[in-house]
Ligand binder design. Structure first.
Ligand SMILES: [Zn+2]
Length: 295
């Protein structure tokens, strides 16, 4: 686990507001390298990692959160899978986005004019999935709308990415404030109104280089209640990829043996290329034939 990337939780007593800060530049940089992402693709995926990081802070235990964006802009979509244990993986549909627009419309060209944002949360034994149509066309803006429309628990989120030209992903962070059932909604609204500005100002400050400094800057004196190291991590394996081939059926496996002799499957989440040899393919075919005889 990276020492640098951390998700921090705290509780504002008196007003009963839960706060979470995710600082995940290393995760975002690793995803950029793995998927060979151009700058805007990399920045938007970084934003999604930070957002998923603060969402996992709302989970009980190590339950996973999936954040999925579908859009008609050049980005086309992105998907991030994050666990309460700090593991994160994800991809963008178009790795090559590098448009630069004016500040106000920064991401609009990437998002396009229509799309949806979905959040899938593992809540114990079941999954809770909810989607909204994009309207803000920014990840933070539409995530705030998601909380208003779907979650119905008063929540405010801000997301920021900042860095010099030679490392635009030097700081990748998100902050979330959520009212507990007894929480002071007015206090949350007051905090929420300035949250994005406060995050942007903090990230622009040269002294803010890590999660702890960011947390202290945003919530001075607030006690940390939980701290989770975060890292890019994927659960894929050659065995799992062979199961993907198995699901295609015997004829397809035979066809690969006859035409190519071997194959490779690249994991969508982490871009690892898993080589499947002729020996692997014969073993798989033998197993599928044995299964066919049993049935
Ligand atoms: Zn993988």
């Amino acid at each position: 686990m990276s020492e640098r990337d951390v998700i921090i939780k705290g509780l504002m007593e008196g007003v009963d507001l839960l706060v979470a800060v995710a600082f995940v530049p290393t995760v975002a940089q690793e995803a950029r390298e793995r998927h060979a992402l151009r700058p805007v693709s990399a920045a938007l995926l970084g934003q999604a990692f930070a957002a998923a990081g603060v969402l996992t802070a709302l989970q009980k235990g190590e339950g996973r959160v999936n954040l999925q964006l579908e859009c008609d802009g050049v980005l086309r979509g992105l998907f991030v899978d994050a666990g309460g244990d700090g593991t994160m993986r994800g991809y963008v549909k178009n790795t090559l986005v590098e448009i630069e627009l004016g500040e106000a419309f920064r991401w609009r060209g990437a998002f396009g004019n229509s799309g949806s944002l979905s959040v899938l949360r593992d809540i114990g034994h079941e999954y809770y999935r909810s989607s909204i149509d994009l309207q803000a066309f920014s990840l933070a803006g539409d995530l705030n709308r998601y909380f208003d429309l779907s979650d119905q628990v008063k929540t405010q989120v801000a997301i920021g990415v900042a860095g010099p030209p030679d490392e635009p992903l030097l700081k990748v962070a998100a902050v979330l404030v959520q009212a507990l059932p007894t929480g002071d909604v007015k206090a949350l609204e007051a905090l929420g109104a300035t949250l994005q500005g406060a995050l942007d100002a903090a990230l622009a400050h040269p002294a803010i280089t890590g999660a702890d400094a960011l947390f202290e800057r945003l919530f001075p004196g607030l006690k940390v209640t939980e701290r989770t190291a975060a890292a890019f991590s994927c659960s894929c394996s050659k065995e799992r990829m062979i199961e993907v081939l198995a699901s295609l059926g015997k004829a397809q496996v035979q066809d690969i043996i006859d035409t190519a002799g071997s194959t490779s499957i690249t994991c969508r989440f982490c871009a690892t290329k898993h080589e499947i040899s002729l020996v692997d393919l014969y073993a798989l075919l033998e197993r599928l034939n044995a299964d066919a005889l049993k049935n």
